[in-house]
Design a protein around this ligand. Structure first.
Ligand SMILES: [Zn+2]
Length: 379
C-alpha cells in the first residue's frame, strides 16, 4: 500500500522544501516530490495543508509521562508512556531507568523487552540506563540509597534482557572507565552524568569510549575559570555530544542560546528527560521512591526542592529552541533525531529521504502535533 503526504513543508537535515509531497510504502519513504512535479498515485493521501513535515523525534532520555514511570515496573505503564510520547511527535524512544536496586532493574528491563517485542506506539530500540553508577554528591533526583560502585556485570545482565543503548554514569567514580570501555565493546554508548568530574577526567573517560554528556549542565561540575569542569569540557571538545533539556528551566533561556551559539548543531541532542510529571499539569508524583511536586511546568523534589526531571513535551522543546535561537529548522532538525541515530549507530532514522523509515511528525504552525506516523502509519 502506498501513502502520499501532499502539501507538505518538508524539513530534513540541510533541506527545506515548500509545497512538497512524500510517498511511502512498506514502512519506508519511496520518494520526495518537489512542488510543481507530478504527484504519483497512492492508495491513501494525507493533505498536510502546508504544515511542517519532519522526521519523527528521537527521545533518548525519558523516564515517564502522565503519571507513569518506566520504573513502575509495569508493561501497562510503558505502553501508556509510549502512547503519550507519540502525541509529542516522538517516534523513537529509549525507556530510561532510574537508580534502583539491580533485581528491580532486571525486572523493569524485562517489561521493556515485552514492549520492544511489540511496539504498538513509538519504537523503542533499547534502554537508557541512568545510574546507578553515579556520584552520590550529584545524585539530584536519583535516589542516593541505591547508588552503587560501577559494575559491568550488573549492566551486562540488564543488557542481556533488553539492549542498553546508553548508560549514564559518573566518570569520577573508580571503576567507571572500565564499564565505559567494556560497554563500548558491546555497543553500549556511555554518557557522563551526575558527576563531580574535572575536565581532565572527562577527557580520560573519552579515551575509554565516553561519547555523551547527560542532561548537559545539570548535576555536573560547572565552568570555573581555573577548572572548566564537565560543562567546559563539553563546550570545547569537538566530538562529545550534549543532551539538552530545552524547557527553559533546566537550562535557562540564555544558556540555551549560548550552547546553540557555541556548539556545532551536530553535537547537540535534544531530549525531554520527562518523567511522570509531564502531561499532568500539576500535582504530586513518585520518582524512584522520592516524592515530586509538579507546578507551573516545573517538577521538584518535595524534600530539598532539587529539580526532578522535567515535565517537558518534546514538541514544546523544539518550539523553545526555534524561538530562542532563530536558527533555521533544517539545522535544528539535526538535533531532534538525526544526531541521536548517528551517535547510536542506528540506520534509517532522522531524514526524510528515500529508504529511510517513514517515521514522521506533522506539526501545526504553533508546533503542536497534528499527526505522528510510525512506519508510514498514523498511530
Ligand atoms: Zn539525571
Amino acid at each position: 500500500m502506498k501513502t502520499l503526504i501532499k502539501n507538505a513543508y518538508i524539513v530534513s537535515p540541510d533541506v527545506e522544501i515548500e509545497g512538497a509531497s512524500l510517498l511511502m510504502e512498506d514502512g519506508r519513504i519511496l520518494s520526495v516530490i518537489g512542488a510543481g512535479e507530478a504527484t504519483p498515485d497512492a492508495d491513501e493521501v494525507i493533505d498536510a495543508g502546508g504544515r511542517l513535515v519532519m522526521p519523527g523525534f528521537f527521545d533518548i532520555h525519558c523516564h515517564g509521562a502522565d503519571g507513569n514511570d518506566v520504573c513502575d515496573n509495569s508493561l501497562e505503564a510503558i505502553r501508556h508512556i509510549a502512547r503519550r510520547k507519540l502525541q509529542e511527535g516522538v517516534t523513537t524512544w529509549l525507556p530510561t531507568t532510574l537508580t534502583q536496586p539491580q533485581d528491580k532493574l532486571e525486572e523493569i528491563a524485562g517489561k521493556c523487552a515485552q514492549y520492544m517485542a511489540n511496539p504498538e506506539f513509538c519504537r523503542a530500540p533499547g534502554l537508557h540506563v541512568e545510574g546507578p553508577f553515579i556520584n552520590k554528591k550529584n545524585a539530584g533526583a536519583q535516589n542516593p540509597e541505591f547508588v552503587r560502585p560501577p559494575d559491568f556485570g550488573e549492566l551486562k545482565r540488564i543488557h542481556d534482557i533488553a539492549p542498553a543503548l546508553i548508560v549514564s554514569l559518573a566518570p569520577d567514580i573508580e571503576g567507571a572507565n572500565e564499564v565505559i570501555r567494556k560497554g563500548a565493546e558491546i555497543g553500549i554508548t556511555s554518557s557522563a552524568a551526575h558527576t563531580s568530574s574535572t575536565a581532565a577526567q572527562i577527557f580520560e573517560a573519552k579515551k575509554a569510549g565516553l561519547k555523551h554528556l547527560t542532561h548537559f549542565c545539570n548535576a555536573m561540575t560547572p565552568v570555573h575559570h581555573r577548572e572548566i569542569g564537565v560543562v567546559g569540557a563539553g563546550l570545547i571538545d569537538d566530538s562529545l555530544k550534549l543532551e539538552l533539556i530545552c524547557d527553559k528551566i533546566h537550562l535557562c533561556p540564555d544558556m540555551l542560546k549560548l550552547v546553540f551559539k557555541l556548539v556545532p548543531i551536530e553535537r547537540l541532542l535534544m531530549i525531554t528527560d520527562s518523567m511522570a510529571a509531564s502531561w499532568i499539569g500539576q500535582g504530586e508524583v513518585d520518582l524512584g521512591g522520592l516524592a515530586v511536586i509538579v507546578k507551573d511546568g516545573k517538577a521538584v523534589l518535595k524534600e530539598g526542592g532539587a529539580l526532578a526531571g522535567s515535565a517537558l513535551l518534546y514538541n514544546e522543546g523544539l518550539k523553545n529552541v526555534v524561538e530562542l535561537t532563530g536558527l533555521p529548522l533544517h539545522q535544528i532538525v539535526k538535533a531532534t533525531s538525526w544526531n541521536q541515530a548517528q551517535s547510536l549507530g542506528l540506520q534509517g532514522f532522522g531524514k526524510l529521504e528515500p529508504g529511510f523509515f517513514a517515521d514522521i511528525v506533522i506539526l501545526n504552525n504553533d508546533f503542536s502535533v497534528w499527526k505522528t506516523l510510525v512506519g508510514g502509519e498514523v498511530r
